[in-house]
Design a protein around this ligand. Structure first.
Ligand code: NAD
Length: 418
């Protein structure tokens, strides 16, 4: 079964709790627009190379399409369609006035020079710009794309159209209309979701023992915020190492060490110096299966398989990565009564601050970082409450509830537009 059909299967459990029309399901099974195109790039050696590229609009039932552009060797049509479908669900759960979209280029960016990457990014916009717009389809960064690339893309778009339409891309650098608080938004949003669920579960507000898989943008931001709010980050990992310290890590110091040396190490800041503290090197599997209050996968998809799920001891899993728990593992975790906070809710902080960036661009009025955090918190708490209440009323998992909440919003909009 291809990836897109697999993604659609996630709707099935929700349909046991709400009824939606067959017409809506047919609409969701068929992306509104799938564009495949070729980008010609003149390489530094003077030769021309051609890269396959995609832009999918899955649904615009709730508003213009929103979703990142991924630069990766595995990008293809089915993957882009399934990621666009997830954006439709995520934006609906988060209560954003957006539909779902996604784009990508099949490329290994590690093989490109800086100048080739810029030409590829601008080339993407030159081929697809008539389909983009603040009210049509609004891209953002995804894997191996970043604010710098968004800056090139928005600049190319504005040059072609002759309009200052900065809100057509989000995740831009601050100097080009980006929002304060965007970089840490996914981690921060995930923390607000967790805080809300903690309250519902009657768990203490501080002192939880947390393990975080993945120490990149999302995992490190989440770990820092959680530690600053009084929790203990007892385990951390990246692609090469996993470390454990029962007293909890000084996350800020570990971030500084990793930025300087490229590896994870248990360190503390003493008189401005990074000093090693006692800690253990553990295996990646040990991190996922140790006794924790919260396990936070923030790295890859499918990292919690059925075998791992059988050994998981954490009470709550917060899916900051996209799709970190396989469907088989999900079933095992459900039977073990592990609470799984699904990706379509837990990691929607990024797209929520993208929405705030778009609002600021369109009004020309920019908020302080504190205001952005407060608006993000409000949106995340509201989304979490609606998913929690549905799950409680229908005695189902939070994942099933999130899909059901999204489907009912889509059904309402579909009915009104029919
Ligand atoms: P990133 O590239 O900044 O960080 C990924 C981290 O995962 C790195 O530290 C890497 O070393 C680590 N990693 C890779 N393989 C690992 C392994 N086998 N075990 C442990 N760690 C491993 O990426 P990111 O932006 O932090 O994204 C992480 C996840 O969050 C992805 O699934 C992404 O799709 C999802 N996500 C990101 C955002 C966002 O705003 N950046 C929004 C929504 C979802």
């Amino acid at each position: 079964m291809n990836l897109f059909n697999q993604a659609l299967l996630r709707l099935k459990p929700a349909l046991e709790h709400i009824s939606v029309s067959d017409e809506l399901l047919e609409v969701l099974r068929t992306p509104e627009r799938v564009v495949q195109f070729a980008i010609r790039v003149k390489m530094d050696d003077g030769k021309v190379r051609v890269f396959d590229a995609f832009r999918v609009v899955h649904s615009t039932l709730l508003g213009p399409a929103k979703g990142g552009i991924r630069f990766h060797p595995n990008v293809d049509e089915a993957e882009t369609k399934s990621l666009a479908f997830w954006m439709t669900i995520k934006c609906a759960v988060a209560g954003l006035p957006y539909g779902g979209g996604k784009g990508g280029v099949r490329v290994n960016t590690k093989q490109l020079s800086h100048a080739e990457l810029e030409r590829l990014s601008r080339g993407y916009v030159r081929e697809i710009w008539p389909f983009l717009g603040e009210d049509k389809d609004i891209p953002a960064p995804d894997m191996y794309t970043n604010p710098k690339i968004m800056g090139w893309m928005v600049d190319e778009f504005c040059k072609i159209t002759g309009r200052h339409e900065k809100g057509v891309f989000t995740g831009k650098p601050l100097s080009m209309g980006g929002s304060l608080g965007r970089e840490e938004a996914t981690g921060r949003g995930g923390f607000y979701v967790l805080q809300t669920i903690q309250k519902f579960l009657g768990l203490p507000k501080t002192g939880a023992r947390i393990g975080v898989q993945g120490f990149g943008n999302v995992g490190a931001s989440f770990a820092l915020i959680a530690a600053n709010e009084g929790h203990k980050i007892v385990a951390l990992s990246d692609s090469t190492t996993a470390i454990y310290r029962e007293e909890g890590f000084d996350v800020q110091a570990v971030m500084l060490y990793k930025a300087k040396n490229g590896v994870l190490k248990g360190v503390e800041l003493r008189n401005g110096e990074l000093v090693e503290v006692q800690h253990q090197i553990i295996s990646h599997e040990e991190l996922l299966t140790m006794d924790l209050d919260f396990l936070v996968p923030a790295a890859l998809e499918n990292s919690i398989t059925k075998d791992i799920a059988e050994k998981v001891q954490a009470k709550v899993i917060v899916e900051l990565a996209n799709g970190p728990v396989t469907p088989e593992a999900d079933q095992v975790l459900g039977e073990k009564k592990v609470v799984v906070i699904p990706d379509v809710l837990a990691n929607s902080g990024g797209v929520t601050v993208s929405y705030l960036e778009w609002v600021q661009n369109r009004t020309g009025y920019y908020w302080s970082e504190k205001e952005v955090h407060e608006k993000l918190r409000e949106k995340m708490v509201h989304a979490t409450e609606s998913v929690w209440n549905f799950a409680k009323d229908h005695n189902c998992s939070l994942r099933t509830a999130a899909y059901a909440v999204a489907l009912s919003k889509l059904e309402r909009a579909f009915y009104e537009q029919k």
